[in-house]
Design a protein around this ligand. Structure first.
Ligand SMILES: [Zn+2]
Ligand SMILES: [Zn+2]
Length: 304
């Protein structure tokens, strides 16, 4: 018997913006919602981060699946607002037929559950997380690698203030890496608590970068923080985000097939992102490797 054809792995961008939503005429093409990406692979619905893009995703899932139970796994990279502030408005969580399973790292100050319950407590929000009718399971990201059905999920620490991870999803049709917030290792966040001038800092930065390159090795799609132009980054060192140059260099070293520029700066309008994409493609060309580059756009889909 020939094997049944496997359905493609699909990626859909519901929120591509960093920091804060910026709706309006200036962002109408790339979109104003904060971080949220949907992946459909091997029968699973996997959602990456819960910025405001998760609200329209929830409405779309309700429309598509109507009376059927909606079963979603939500992988959270970290608890900065722009990655969790859409969760209270994810309407499938309000129905008892639906199941939402969350994974994410604890922060040094509080566990993931405490953080998510905190943003849904008085006086910040009128409805508590545990009052939602849907079945909601929250898991600390431990161990860092696990399976969701046939999809293998890997996670790795990235270079960003606080506890922040990136994910790599290995599906039957290829792999996707998601690093929405990540700064190049020239500024090492994990060295902040000690002294950035310690002699071993440069060595640690090199080791951490090498580990991340290995984590991303040969992935098909890398969705990566490219918030700043190279010039802007010079005045934003230590803010936790990447530049076009650092994004291209990481994708090149990890031999990524397609790089998707992500976590667009709230001050960047559509024309600015067009220009950044053009510049990133020129930088990619100079690497001499075959590296496709796209800029994440709300509503856009990719298939593997
Ligand atoms: Zn962010
Ligand atoms: Zn962040």
């Amino acid at each position: 018997m020939p094997e049944a054809p496997r359905s493609p792995t699909r990626i859909k961008f519901w929120g591509v913006r960093g920091s804060i939503p910026v709706p309006g005429d200036a962002t109408v093409r790339y979109g104003g919602n904060t971080t949220c990406v949907e992946v459909r692979a091997d029968g699973e619905i996997i959602v990456l981060d819960a910025g405001t893009g998760i609200r329209p995703l929830g409405l779309a899932l309700q429309k598509e699946l109507s009376a059927e139970p909606i079963k979603v796994t939500l992988l959270i990279t970290h608890a900065h607002w722009d990655h969790i502030h859409g969760l209270p408005f994810f309407v499938p969580a309000q129905e008892n037929k639906n199941q939402l399973t969350l994974y994410g790292p604890d922060s040094a100050e509080a566990g993931l559950r405490q953080i998510l319950e905190g943003q849904m407590s008085v006086p910040f929000f009128p409805v508590a997380l545990h009052d939602l009718a849907g079945k909601i399971d929250i898991h600390k990201l431990e161990p860092p690698d696990f399976n969701l059905g046939k999809v293998r999920v890997r996670s790795a620490r990235v270079n960003h203030p606080g506890s922040c991870v990136g994910y790599r999803l290995l599906t039957s049709r290829g792999s996707i890496a998601f690093l929405p917030d990540h700064e190049p290792y020239d500024f090492l966040h994990s060295a902040r608590a000690v002294s950035a001038n310690r002699p071993d800092t440069a060595k640690r930065a090199e080791e951490e970068r090498a580990a991340l390159v290995a984590f991303l090795e040969a992935c098909d799609v890398l969705i990566l923080d490219a918030q700043y132009t190279n010039d802007e980054y010079k005045n934003r060192v230590s803010w936790g985000h990447g530049s076009l140059g650092s994004a291209i260099a990481l994708a090149r070293d990890a031999r990524v097939r397609k790089l998707v520029l992500f976590h667009h700066d709230p001050t960047h309008d559509d024309a600015k992102i067009d220009n950044m994409l053009k510049e990133a493609r020129e930088l990619a060309e100079k690497t001499g490797q075959s590296l496709e580059v796209e800029a994440a756009r709300e509503g856009a889909e990719l298939a593997l």
